[in-house]
Design a protein around this ligand. Structure first.
Ligand code: CDP
Length: 250
């Protein structure tokens, strides 16, 4: 079937019943992994991801250490069973690219200069993917960094906007990503409850200048909602901890 034959907007609603500017349901749980310094399990629609942060700690191999700041490493990895067609295990071009742009986004918020000669390692594992997995991972990683107690200038909140059937929609799911006209993942650096700058911006497909400006505004509103959920998830962990409960998944 030609992608033009697939209708993604029916009677003003998306295929999963969402309005144009609705996020998928989001769930977060902080501190789920015992061995990591900080961790977060996150669901964004059908995406299921887990982020684990280690450090600041000694860098291995040692020659990678930087005498004036911490080295931040970010590994995005998809489980072979996370997608419909089995994904060959190990890194590929896509995961290397996602790891690079995500690391650059995270580096904007980490106070690396406080930890010379050390390393901060962020691992994100995609257990189930349904479009927007890089945005889900960034949201989880940002929360896991807070959980690890890594000093940061702010938070990263991330969401994509897509163009489907000639309209812009927030947080596209798989069908919209596959058959849409454009997909634009954004991540924002948020400080003091305000968006400070764009930390990640990619684009697949084409949109007009006006559409891009609209997409940016839509993504900003979406990211602010996610940011509030990230803060809430972190608070929940500390409340549970103060009551002697553990937030690990049993
Ligand atoms: O996940 P994200 O939107 O950040 O990245 P993408 O490269 O635009 O991939 C979109 C979606 O395609 C993923 O979320 C997966 O659901 C799917 N995909 C897949 O089925 N098999 C792959 N090897 C890679 C991606």
């Amino acid at each position: 079937m030609d992608s033009k034959d697939i209708k993604l907007i029916i009677d003003g609603k998306r295929l999963d019943g969402r309005g144009f500017e609705d996020l998928r349901p989001i769930k977060m749980r902080v501190g789920v992994l015992k061995r990591a310094d900080g961790s977060c399990y996150l669901e964004m629609g059908k995406n299921k991801v887990v982020a684990a942060v280690f450090g600041p700690r000694e860098v291995h191999p040692r020659h990678l250490a930087d005498p004036i700041k911490a080295v931040v490493r970010y590994r995005y990895n998809m489980a072979p069973f996370s997608v419909e067609e089995r994904k060959r295990p190990g890194p590929d071009r896509r995961s290397v690219e996602i790891s690079k742009v995500s690391r650059e986004a995270i580096e904007a918020i980490v106070m690396k200069e406080l930890f010379p000669r050390s390393g901060i390692d962020i691992f994100v594992e995609v257990l189930q993917a349904d479009a927007g997995s890089r945005t889900a991972c960034l949201n989880a990683a940002s929360v896991a960094l807070v959980d690890a107690g890594v000093p940061m200038k702010g938070m990263i909140s991330s969401v994509a906007v897509a163009k489907v059937d000639d309209v812009l929609v927030l947080d596209p799911m798989k069908e919209e990503d596959n058959y849409g006209q454009a997909d634009i993942p954004f991540a924002f650096f948020i400080r003091n409850d305000r968006i400070e700058s764009i930390a990640l911006l990619q684009m697949d497909g084409r949109v007009s200048k006006e559409e891009f400006v609209q997409a940016l505004e839509m993504a900003k509103r979406g990211a602010m909602k996610i940011y509030e959920m990230q803060k809430e998830a972190i608070k929940t962990k500390y409340i549970m901890e103060s009551e002697g409960e553990v937030n690990e998944i049993e």
